[in-house]
Design a protein around this ligand. Structure first.
Ligand SMILES: [Zn+2]
Length: 471
């Protein structure tokens, strides 16, 4: 515990007593491995589940089956549809007194294959895509893409597919026009330069030749279908029950001569997800029950049965209350939810030196200045954001200052320029206190996002302090 330091202009790199460089670099080396391996929400859930099980977490279903009552220090895991994960560490106090929750999202913008993706044009076979989340479409052309996802065959068999990640593996790419012929294209608005229907990527060019009714037919699409059949036992119709997506290929990496940044795909919001995962893994026998929630569908409004608007979280909490305390009526669940404290752990938009005018400088998050608290997000006039109560922010400040956390306060950008939301508003619907609190990034929603290693490590310290000391 240290004395309350002034927050303004603290730079993590200049305060080794708050975060040593060795600790920063070692933590972020593990993070880079995670970011390189986990490029879909399913892959994130699998990663978290495997490590959680190795570290003493027990599936909630197992406890229910055995009728075993979780006690202080017990670690409980909930996997919802392989796309959402909740980790609980049971505290000393009853759950109806409220829990300390850190919620992040593990879905990211990407190119989802359409239900009937495969077609042939100009002697080439391509996959059609429908992009997911808010992107600048032009950033996704002419870069190497990997294919990730699953296919459920009509007999129920599940195929897990990853192509394009191993060294020497083949990759895919969305083609773009050469500058020489792009006069008309270059005159268009950036949002129209690449049409949504133009985000098709090449999967093959070698035709298959065969005879049908005495006629010779050459088809690249047929050749690709044959490859899919040979390699995966897949039929064309299987694409209907598949979730296949194209994401930037290759590993995340250090950026800068001083290696101070992490560059890679999907840091919004896997950086906060990874950090909160590492934090909850460190928590043993807390006073209040702690939870880390990793959700899907944030980038499309938190809809669907794996988005934060679904009832999976309250259902899981009700099960837990029923197991620990007995009779879970609406009243106990309502008390637990409304007495809880949450951090919506989502990335903040750091001010960009190439575009410094997008932020009000007094309220601009900066790389290296620590974890960022945002009182509210939302669009012009705070619409669609959750606006945290002053009393709650004061309590968080106390916890952070008491644990020598370097933090900054920010806004999403200038009032009239745009905006966005997080899962904070859906957590707030439960009546609990919620504050947006995450890591600043640059290049948000691009194929190569940037975050400061110091902020990443500081967020780990911040979420851990929140779990330990928030009362
Ligand atoms: Zn996000």
């Amino acid at each position: 515990m240290v004395k309350n330091l002034s927050r303004k202009n603290r730079n993590c790199w200049l305060e080794p007593e708050a975060c040593s460089r060795d600790e920063i670099f070692s933590f972020c080396s593990d993070y880079i491995d995670f970011l390189s391996e986990c490029k879909t929400e399913r892959e994130c859930v699998e990663y978290i589940q495997e490590l959680a099980l190795e570290n003493g977490f027990v599936p909630l279903d197992t406890l229910i089956k055995k009728g075993r009552k979780p006690v202080k220090g017990d670690r409980v895991l909930v996997n919802h549809r392989d796309k959402v994960m909740i980790l609980f560490v049971i505290g000393e106090e009853g759950i109806e007194k409220g829990i300390n929750l850190v919620g992040s999202h593990i879905d990211t913008p990407r190119m989802d294959l359409k239900p009937s993706p495969l077609y042939e044009e100009q002697g080439m076979a391509l996959f059609k895509t429908h992009y997911y989340g808010g992107i600048k479409k032009y950033q996704w052309t002419a870069i190497p893409l990997a294919l990730h996802g699953i296919v459920i065959k009509s007999n129920g068999e599940k195929l897990e597919i990853v192509v394009g990640e191993d060294p020497g593996d083949t990759v895919f790419t969305i083609t773009d026009l050469l500058p020489h012929l792009a006069k008309e294209q270059m005159e268009k608005k950036a949002s129209e330069v690449i049409p949504g229907e133009g985000l098709n990527f090449v999967v093959g060019t070698i035709p298959r030749e065969y005879n049908e009714d005495g006629k010779s037919i050459k088809g690249v699409k047929d050749a690709v279908l044959e490859l899919l059949k040979d390699r995966y036992g897949m039929e064309e119709e299987d694409f209907i029950s598949a979730e296949l997506t194209a994401v930037p290929a290759g590993r995340a990496t250090d950026v800068g001569l001083d290696r101070s940044l992490v560059g890679g795909y999907g840091q919004d919001d896997r950086v906060c997800a990874y950090v909160s995962f590492r934090s909850i893994m460190d928590i043993r026998e807390p006073k209040k029950t702690c939870a880390a929630v990793f959700v899907d569908k944030e980038e499309v409004g938190s809809m669907g049965n794996t988005g934060m608007q679904s009832a999976f979280f309250e259902n899981a909490l009700a099960e837990l209350i029923a197991l620990t305390g007995g009779n879970c009526g609406d009243l106990q669940l309502g008390r637990a939810l409304s007495n809880s404290c949450a951090l919506s752990a989502d990335v903040a938009a750091a001010v960009d030196p190439n575009y410094p005018d997008t932020h009000d400088k007094e309220n601009a998050p900066r790389l290296g200045n620590g974890i960022c608290i945002e009182k509210y997000t939302g669009h012009r006039g705070k619409s669609g954001g959750s606006d945290a109560n002053a009393e709650y922010i004061a309590r968080i400040r106390q916890v952070f200052n008491g644990s020598n956390i370097i933090w900054q306060s920010g806004e999403l950008g200038k009032v009239d320029l745009g905006g966005g939301g997080t899962i904070a508003q859906f957590l707030a619907n439960y009546g609990m206190d919620v504050l947006d609190c995450g890591i600043p990034v640059l290049n948000m929603h691009s194929p190569f996002e940037l975050a400061s290693k110091a902020d990443i490590y500081m967020a780990y310290k911040a979420y851990t302090a929140f779990y330990r000391y928030m009362e």
